[in-house]
Design a protein around this ligand. Sequence first.
Ligand code: NDP
Ligand code: MG
Ligand code: MG
Length: 336
Amino acid sequence: MSKMYYEGDANLHLFNGKTVAVVGYGSQGHAQAQNLRDSGVKVVIGLRPGKSWDQAENDGFSVFTVDEAAKQADVIQILLPDELQKHVYETQIKENLTAGNVLMFSHGFNIHFGQIVAPSDVDVILVAPKSPGHLVRRVYQEGFGVPALIAVHQDASGQAKDVALAYCKGIGSTRAGVIETSFKEETETDLFGEQAVLCGGVSELVKNGFETLTEAGYQPEIAYFECLHELKLIVDLMYEKGLSGMRHSISDTAEYGDYVSGKRVVGAPSRQAMQQILKEIQDGTFANNWIAENQNGRPEFNKIAASEKEHSIEKVGKELRQMMVWVNKEPVSSNN
Ligand code: NDP
Ligand code: MG
Ligand code: MG
C-alpha cells in the first residue's frame, strides 16, 4: 500500500511569516484560500477584475492583480483554468518570482507537458485535492478534510515536500490522508480517469442506454430515471462499500444481470479504446490537441458542447429535476 501522510507528518509553522497567494478564486481557489485562512495562514488572492474578485472581497480577502499578488507572496498557488495558466504565468507571474519562492498547482498538466518552465531557484510542487472545490471547503468546515495528492517537480529549497505537506495540513487534507505521486502520474491518471471513466465514459454510457430505450419506444421519463437518475444511488453504494457492497444492496436479479451483461456493454473494444486513449495522453497527442483547440478559439469544443446541450436526455431531465426539490437545492453551476 502507498505511504499515507497524516497530521503528524506536516508542520504548519513552515508558513510562519510567509504569504500564500492563491491565484484564481473559482471552485478550488475559494475553497483552498478559505481553508488556509482558517488554519492561520496569511493568504492574498490574485485575480482580474470581475465576478471572482468581488466574491473574494466579500469573503474578506485582500485581492490584488495577479502580478501584485505574486510579488507579495512567498508561495503562489495557481488555481486558474489549466488552459489559461501558461499565458498568465508568462505575463504576470514569471517576473515576480524570486529565489526561494514556491510555485504550486492542483493539476500537473502545464508542468508535465512543458507549458510552464519555472526558474531553477524556485520550488515547484503539486497539491491536488481529490475532490471538487466545494467539498474541499464543506468537509473542512465539518472538521475533516478531503484526501490529496502531493508531488515535487523541483526542490530548490530542499524542503519542497515539507511545504507541500504543510499546505495539505492548511487545507485539511492531512486529516484524511495524503499520498505522494509525481506530476507525470497525477497528470496522466487524472486525464485518463476523466476521459475514459468519470466524464467521457459515464456520459456516453448514460446517453447510449437512454437512446436505446427511447428508440425502442419507451417513455423518455422512464429512460431518464433508469439510465441517469439512479446512477447516483449506485455510485453512492460503490463509493461507500466498493463493488461487492453495491452488489450486496441490489436485488439478485440485478446482480445476475450485472454479471452476464456488463461485459457485453464494456468489453474488449472498450478496453482497446481505453488503451489507445491512455497512449495518446502519455505521448502528448491529447495535450497538443487541447492546446491547439484553445489557440484556435475552441471550434470543436464549442460545437460539441452546443449539440450535447440539445440532447433529448437534457430536455426531459431539466423538466424532471424541477419537480425534485431535493435535487434542486443547490445549482451545480454556481462558482462559490
Ligand atoms: P475555475 O474555473 O473554477 O476558476 C478559475 C478562476 O480563475 C476564477 O476565479 C476566474 O475568475 C479566474 N481567472 C480566469 N482567468 C483569469 C485571468 N486571466 N486572470 C486572473 N484570474 C482568472 O477553476 P478550477 O478551480 O476548476 O480549476 C483550478 C485548477 O484546479 C485547475 O488546475 C484544475 O485542473 C484544478 N483542479 C480542479 C478541481 C475542481 O474541483 N474543479 C479538482 C482538482 C483540481 P473570473 O471570475 O474572473 O473568471
Ligand atoms: Mg482533471
Ligand atoms: Mg431497476
